[in-house]
Ligand binder design. Structure first.
Ligand code: NAD
Ligand code: MG
Length: 392
């Protein structure tokens, strides 16, 4: 029996993870499930999978969750600290699938128990790559990438020598607006940005796919996780989303990972690693697919990609500032306070300001400095947005 916990169990990745676990209930003991406001889902899954503990990140939702789980014997807790504490419950495998920087502390807590951490929360590596990897090393924990591109690279590297790796190429669908005329992007609505052409995902990552902030996070994530220099990591647009990533070796070979756009592949690979087991994903019929296409991303359409280069090159706490500003800009876009293209303007302004004033490269990385930088970046993003709205 594998003891498993799923942080962010009610989300898109969390639900796909539970789908795999529920297919072989006798193989798993579910230690903890965490979620947010979706208490019906959280409670139903906790009962169905006989979890020992269910946690909502919202303090004020405690009684409502407690009520739903009355008489089941399942322990109930609420609040950010309770989510982090759930990650410390002994488990063999922990899925980190909280969205945003909120996933950082619970993920680090899980690593401290020396477990295998399946990492969907890319923000952990973007904000605090060195800290997260250092914590894993210090506690003998294993990080298994779940982002489909990074799982693809990880799989292409099995049995290979990193010294022979020349480059990493991650693919991007191009998101909802890949074929829109540039002039139209400024007026893109929330509903339009929330439609992904190929993948079914949470709303935030779907909008980040349209702006390619998601790909920017992934370039940084690849740089941190695989330790490959920024100029050896690239993104290419591949509208069919069938090749997830390629690794280029020093003999000119490119090893591509091909599969259907179904996150259960990457999740399942991390769940069963180092074995491969049968997974309920579609088998591709290449003759029917016929062709796969690629094109270079246009930096005018996707300024986030240029920002990713800057973050990788500056290093230090730049990733924490980048992500914090991006999260606030995304909040503001979702709330209707700024336009689609304003998101990258906000992030650029925050990075400019914080790079010169707050010494992102000179401060040593610790959990405190990362969290401080994250908070400050959100304040700076709010300031930038308020200033524009005043002058508009
Ligand atoms: P989602 O919005 O569908 O789910 C997020 C989960 O996190 C929910 O369970 C929610 O309750 C919980 N949550 C939200 N805010 C929280 C907070 N402050 N504290 C604790 N829990 C909180 O998101 P998702 O699409 O499943 O994405 C989860 C993570 O996986 C993100 O980092 C995303 O970038 C990454 N990822 C997702 C996909 C995908 O296909 N959805 C693919 C690759 C990577
Ligand atoms: Mg991805």
């Amino acid at each position: 029996m594998k003891r498993v916990s799923v942080l962010g169990a009610t989300g898109s990745i969390g639900q796909n993870t539970l789908d795999l676990i529920a297919r072989a209930p006798d193989d798993y003991e579910v230690v903890a499930l965490t979620g947010g406001r979706n208490l019906d889902q959280l409670a139903a899954d906790a009962v169905r999978l006989r979890a020992r503990r269910a946690v909502t990140c919202h303090d004020d939702a405690y009684s409502a969750l407690k009520e739903r789980l009355a008489g089941t014997g399942i322990a109930v807790a609420a609040g950010a600290a309770a989510v982090a504490e759930a990650a410390t419950e002994p488990a063999d495998w922990v899925m980190s699938a909280i969205v945003g920087a909120a996933g950082l502390v619970p993920g680090i807590e899980a690593l401290k128990q020396g477990t295998s951490l399946a990492l969907a929360n890319k923000e952990s590596l973007v904000t605090a790559g060195a800290l997260v990897l250092g914590t894993a090393r210090a506690h003998g924990a294993t990080i298994l990438p779940v982002d489909s591109e990074h799982s693809a690279v990880f799989q292409a590297l099995v049995g290979e020598d990193m010294a022979a790796v020349e480059r990493i190429i991650i693919t991007a669908s191009g998101g909802a607006f890949r074929d829109w005329p540039l002039e139209r992007l400024a007026t893109a609505t929330l509903a339009e940005a929330s439609q992904h052409p190929n993948w079914a995902m949470g709303q935030r990552i779907t909008i980040d796919s349209a702006s390619m902030f998601n790909k920017a996070l992934e370039l940084i994530e690849a740089h941190e996780f695989f330790g490959v220099a920024p100029d050896r990591i690239e993104a290419v647009i591949h509208p069919e989303s069938l090749i997830h990533a390629l690794v280029g070796f020093n003999d000119g070979a490119l090893m591509a990972h091909v599969g259907p756009p179904d996150m259960r592949h990457a999740i399942g690979y991390a769940l069963h690693w180092p074995e491969r087991r049968h997974l309920p994903v579609a088998r591709l019929d290449l003759a029917q697919i016929g062709q796969m296409t690629f094109r270079a991303p246009d930096l005018d359409r996707y300024p986030a990609l240029g920002l990713a280069r800057r973050v990788m090159e500056q290093g230090g706490l730049t990733g924490a500032a980048f992500n914090g500003a991006k999260e606030r800009a995304l909040d503001a876009f979702i709330a209707g306070h700024i336009g689609f293209l304003d998101m990258s303007r906000v992030v650029t302004e925050v990075l400019d300001k914080m790079s010169s004033q707050d010494g992102l490269q000179n401060v040593a990385m610790s959990l405190d400095t990362v969290l401080h930088t994250d908070r400050l970046a959100r304040v700076r993003a709010d300031e930038a947005i308020a200033q524009w709205n005043e002058s508009a």
